[in-house]
Design a protein around this ligand. Structure first.
Ligand code: ZN
Length: 192
């Protein structure tokens, strides 16, 4: 168990996934991309598509800011995306929805493995958020309308845990007993 894994600040890290080069977004970001080589084309997991679409709907409704950092003002805001993609979105003329690429079954969630890097330090989130914070952000974007209508954030987290194979037994989260993929790793993060 990688108890002491580092908090991601936008690293590219090689992990045991179908496209092994994992490009994390900047700190507290949302979208992780995957690549066959460290300099190769980057892909989003197909399961992130709805949250990407929601990102653009949501972003268009935010008041215009005046940030001195061009990457924060980019179509792919570096608060949500990796610096590489934020930069690319500044130089590409077409809308990112036209050039972002997807493949199915790429991500930690679909493969049920724990990201090698952490989303945040323990003081800023429970065990689950420390390890799956980016995916929770994606779920929250995808379900933004429901949240606005009163769906509790905790409920979104609960649903993501279930999607990953967790279940709650006597007040403690544990894994489903159907062994799938790398689930033994996840067993260690049942308690929050
Ligand atoms: Zn996925």
């Amino acid at each position: 168990m990688r108890k002491n894994s580092r908090v991601s600040l936008g690293e590219i890290n090689k992990e045991d996934l179908p496209l092994p080069y994992v490009n994390y977004p900047n700190h507290y970001g949302t979208f992780i991309t995957f690549s066959p080589t460290d300099l190769g084309d980057v892909y989003l997991c197909e399961c992130a598509k709805k949250s990407v679409v929601s990102y653009f709907e949501y972003k268009g409704k935010l008041p215009k800011r005046n940030n001195a950092d061009a990457l924060r003002m980019a179509p792919l805001d570096s608060n949500y995306w990796s610096t590489i993609l934020a930069h690319k979105s500044l130089v590409e003329k077409a809308h990112p929805l036209e050039w972002l690429k997807y493949k199915s079954g790429l991500c930690h969630k679909c493969n049920r493995v724990i990201p090698a890097m952490r989303y945040c330090l323990p003081m800023y989130g429970n065990n689950f958020i420390q390890r799956f914070g980016w995916y929770l952000n994606q779920s929250e974007l995808e379900q933004r309308k429901a949240i606005e209508l009163g769906k509790p954030h905790k409920q979104v987290e609960k649903e993501l845990r279930k999607e990953l194979g967790f279940k709650k037994v006597k007040g403690t989260w544990t894994i489903d007993n159907k062994p799938t993929g790398d689930m033994q790793l996840i067993a260690h993060i049942g308690k929050t």
